[in-house]
Design a protein around this ligand. Sequence first.
Ligand SMILES: [Fe+2]
Ligand SMILES: [Fe+2]
Length: 277
Amino acid sequence: MTEFRLTQISDTHLARRLPKLTANFEAISDHIDARRPDLVVNTGDLAFDAPTAPDDLAFARSLHEALPVPCRCLPGNHDIGDNPTEHGPLPQKPVNETARESFIAAFGCDRWRFDAAGWCFIGLNSLVMNSGLASEAEQFDWLASELAAASGKPVALFLHKPVFLNTPADPELAASAIRFVPPPARRRLIAALQAADIRLIASGHVHQRRDFTFGHTRHIWAPSAGFIISDARQDRVGIKETGLVEYRFQGDGFEVRHVRAPGQIDVDLDELLGAAS
Ligand SMILES: [Fe+2]
Ligand SMILES: [Fe+2]
């Protein structure tokens, strides 16, 4: 039986001026070289902060191109800007089509679908959700057609922001609104996913490792490959550590391994903010 081995990395936050994050990327690159999965997926925030420092995206691109196996990337809020929420304040750097096009120019696309080992894999741009941009509506139309084309295969979904904290009914709270896909787009996304057999939703963004199941869908929050955020800045929901996630898809099932690459360091965001300014 064929199997498909996928390594998820996330929130690499690369910048030439932040060598500790480059060192963490080199640690995961060496680990990937040793493990040789079929594919690496980066679920966003490839760049430290491209909306204020566009070179960060170019630097992230150069390092991802050097990975020893194929790689598919999805945008994060620090790559293309953030999405408006229902109850939180307006983002300082809102997502826009120009930033989205810059990401596509660097990484080829901002959403994708492919099939392997009897599974359907879909990657989404979660930042255009709730934005009102033309690409938001286009992506929802595209998603509906791709889910229909999955024809009952199990589906693994990848996107930057988690869809919700614990359940689809969780309300959006102003204090944590930026953490999840914002309503009403969240409700639209959850409704669209009902059309398919969604077994896995893999996200990043929170910089905390988490693994839980709701219904028959397993939700994996990949930790940041680059840095952790202190409790003073962010409440603790899962495990605060740098690392990555390894998946093995085969037939009707899949396995998950929570991994830290040898040499990965728990760099703290506070260290970086001093170095980045
Ligand atoms: Fe991030
Ligand atoms: Fe993020």
